[in-house]
Design a protein around this ligand. Sequence first.
Ligand code: NAD
Length: 443
Amino acid sequence: DAAQPRWARTPLSERVACLRRAAGLMRARRFALAAWEILEVGKTWREADADVVEAIDALEYYSHGMESLTQGKPLPQVPGERNAYRYVPRGVAVVIAPWNFPAAILTGMASAALAAGNVVIVKPAEQSSVMAALVVQILRKAGVPPGVVQYLPGWGHEVGAALVRHPGTRTILFTGSKAVGLSIVQACGYVGAGQRFVKHVITEMGGKNALIVDEDADLDAAVHGTLVSAFGYAGQKCSAASRAIVHETVYDRFLERLIQATDRLVIGDPSDPATDLGPLIEEAAQRRLKEAVTQAGETATVAYTAPAARIPPQGYFVGPTIVTELAPQHPLAREELFGPLLVVFRVRSFDEALALANDTEYALTGGVYSRSPSHIERAIQAFDVGNLYVNRQMTGAIVGRQPFGGHRLSGLGTKAGGPDYLLQVLLPKTVCVNTARHGMPLE
Ligand code: NAD
């Protein structure tokens, strides 16, 4: 709170210079940072590198974005009156981040808030506190004053919840699970004694994302896209495909090829560049996944699960699993479950595929493989997701090119890495000056 007024007054050019220096420092340490990710959260090299690169992109993107907002927006001017529409910082921001993109998401939320002139308290996920410490260290080294960016690791239900409730914190930037996100939305509705503002909250939450494979889809591309989208980072991405919805005419061929491709994935130590699938984040996640597979086996078909001999005995590994013949109402078809588990559904038409894809409380990512322009157009109109990917994998959004975020119970509709994100951490201020009298200069 004490650091806020000075940072808000610091010229934008200085603020963004700090962020751009931080991007430079990250670029210089790109591989060391990726190595830390491999060690701390079990990403493979390719995934870890992508996360670091996205963090660098975010620092530069929001710096540039803030520069274009500095003049505010033009308003109509009439003689004798000068109107201005400017943006000012909201005040102390809390960044509560998940572990699955430990550099990119945390850096994205923090850099947007900092560029806009807000001070930031960073509360990383318990599982990725080292990555967050490294990011904050880099920001400080780049010139962001210590009071302006603060590192506060700890348990979410203690430290995170306390920061959300504290009467001094104005904006909560959260990315994580639906349960925690909704509890934060609720907590932010409360105005405590001495609190003179309504808290602003941004929540990016989970998904139960579907990928549709149409009857005329290019199956080579669809199989590859499904494999990458479902099993990249062992399915621990909010954007991951957890449901494949396949037209009956290609269902058998698609499934057979998908199983063959899945069977070739290398499960093992993520520091080995040959590895496709590393471990899950923690023991509880491994337990949840194993239970889900057992449960699915009771009412559905486990069409593929990696042979036990291919799964390393040490560590929280779970092999990729494909489930078929599952009832659409089954919790496994409805609830987000972080891990390499894909449910494949058979449908009779593209409309049925769309209806099934939309039959979820989430709306985050969606994918369509089709060669039919009219089907693609229908998906663009009716597939209710935040990010729709056509004839390509549905993970791997790039800052600026694919602004990312969901709605319904996946989020509030804000897009990280998009042109409107900075507006979430700013307050617009209208100034109207009467220039007709009192000797005010006319511009
Ligand atoms: P999580 O909700 O368990 O934790 C996220 C953060 O919230 C952590 O820092 C945690 O410490 C904190 N937290 C926990 N309880 C809290 C409380 N009561 N009050 C305040 N803070 C609290 O999520 P996670 O396991 O770290 O991440 C995985 C989830 O994040 C998945 O649901 C995934 O879909 C989602 N996610 C969404 C996006 C997106 O952009 N939509 C991106 C990445 C991850």
